[in-house]
Design a protein around this ligand. Structure first.
Ligand SMILES: Nc1ncnc2c1ncn2[C@@H]1O[C@H](COP(=O)(O)OP(=O)(O)O)[C@@H](O)[C@H]1O
Ligand SMILES: N[C@@H](CCOP(=O)(O)O)C(=O)O
Length: 329
């Protein structure tokens, strides 16, 4: 999705008078995205993205998200810069929503990323983790394990309408995660949603990362686990080891993994698949359809989750010690 909230030209033009961006020339809703309402704006001052924050974004978190983008951009991570209003504020009000303007990023996201892109995204993720270490604010992961339980409670009764047997299967997954989820891993700022649609490329180079609205403090290796799920599966739900090798080598070219992270990787990858399975299933069952609302496949991550059940070690995801990567190159 998404455009959940309509904005008319008059209220938008009036909203823009608080920003140093000139006059509105044109605007249109962006159907891509999931969480918020997004518009592409052209003004006499340039091109911008307008985001209206919807229900899953807590207004109290906006200083964290927008401050993080500013911090990362200033630390050399390519990402949009929030535009400050004339009074210095980064957040305004529009159509009954909190709203922000961010700079438009050139590039496009890849529908079919290859190993070379997986390597680039691995390195970009590690750079983000390192740049985030000097960000002074912190945020608990609102999509962490406790939230998985709430999403499951809100979907469980109807799960079998999506696929017979899903309820029992996900009950089992939830209890496995409850008993095996690791604590005390190296942690810091993570993106927590670095899917292909949140990474722009120009040629084979990453031109920017977007959509920091799940960013939080969590285990770095969990962020890698999200990327292994989102970047390294083929359409037939087979895990592409070449892409896994490339993503992990790209990451380790910037930040080598510690042994404790390597050991935890299989359960983290399985948990990451469960997290997206649960949020998609919840949305499928609970969010009304609309012309600019595109719900995501509620079973794609179930298929990935099933593939993870057969994997026992990080090596099966493509991890190799840094010394052997160096020797091979
Ligand atoms: N800074 C940006 N520059 C260019 N396009 C952007 C930018 N931010 C968002 N977009 C566009 O808007 C879409 C939705 O943005 P996203 O942040 O992923 O929304 P959501 O938070 O609702 O998932 C993206 O897929 C992209 O097409
Ligand atoms: N990436 C998540 C949903 C969040 O969508 P995004 O547009 O904010 O990346 C998923 O695929 O389920």
């Amino acid at each position: 999705m998404a455009v959940y909230t309509d904005v008319n030209e008059e209220e938008l033009s009036s909203f823009l008078t608080s920003y140093p961006v000139g006059d509105l020339l044109s605007y249109k809703g962006i159907a891509e995205g999931t969480e918020n309402s997004n518009y592409l704006l052209h003004t006499t001052g340039g091109s911008f993205i307008l985001t209206l924050y919807e229900k899953r974004v807590n207004a109290d978190d906006l200083p964290f998200f927008l401050g993080l983008m500013q911090h990362l951009a200033q630390s050399g991570v390519e990402c949009p810069l929030p535009v400050a209003r004339q009074d210095g504020a980064l957040v305004g009000q529009l159509a009954g929503r909190h709203a922000a303007l961010i700079t438009f990023l050139e590039g496009m996201w890849l529908r079919k990323p290859a190993a070379v892109h997986c390597r680039a995204v691995g390195a970009a993720l590690a750079n983000l983790h390192i740049a985030g270490s000097s960000f002074p604010m912190a945020r608990t992961n609102s999509m962490g394990v406790p939230e998985w339980h709430r999403l499951w409670e809100g979907s469980r009764e109807e799960a079998d309408t999506v696929e017979p047997g899903l309820r029992e299967e996900l009950d089992r997954e939830m209890s496995i995660i409850d008993t095996q989820w690791p604590g005390d891993l190296p942690s810091g700022i993570v993106h927590a949603d670095l899917f292909p649609d949140n990474v722009f490329f120009l040629g084979d180079q990453v031109s920017g990362l977007i959509d920091f609205y799940f960013a939080c403090n969590d285990a770095f290796a969990y962020d890698i686990a999200i990327c292994l799920n989102a970047w390294c599966f083929e359409k037939d739900f087979s895990f592409n080891l070449t892409k896994g090798v490339a993503l992990l080598a790209g990451y380790q070219s910037v930040r080598p993994l510690e042994e404790i992270e390597v050991e935890a990787l299989p359960v983290l990858v399985r948990g990451a698949a469960l997290r997206f399975q649960l949020s998609r299933l919840y949305d499928w069952l609970n969010i009304p359809d609309g012309p600019l609302v595109k719900k995501r496949d509620p079973l794609e991550y179930m298929r990935k989750l099933r593939a993870h059940r057969h994997i026992r070690s990080a090596k099966e995801y493509g991890w190799t010690p840094v010394a052997s990567i160096a020797a091979a190159s």
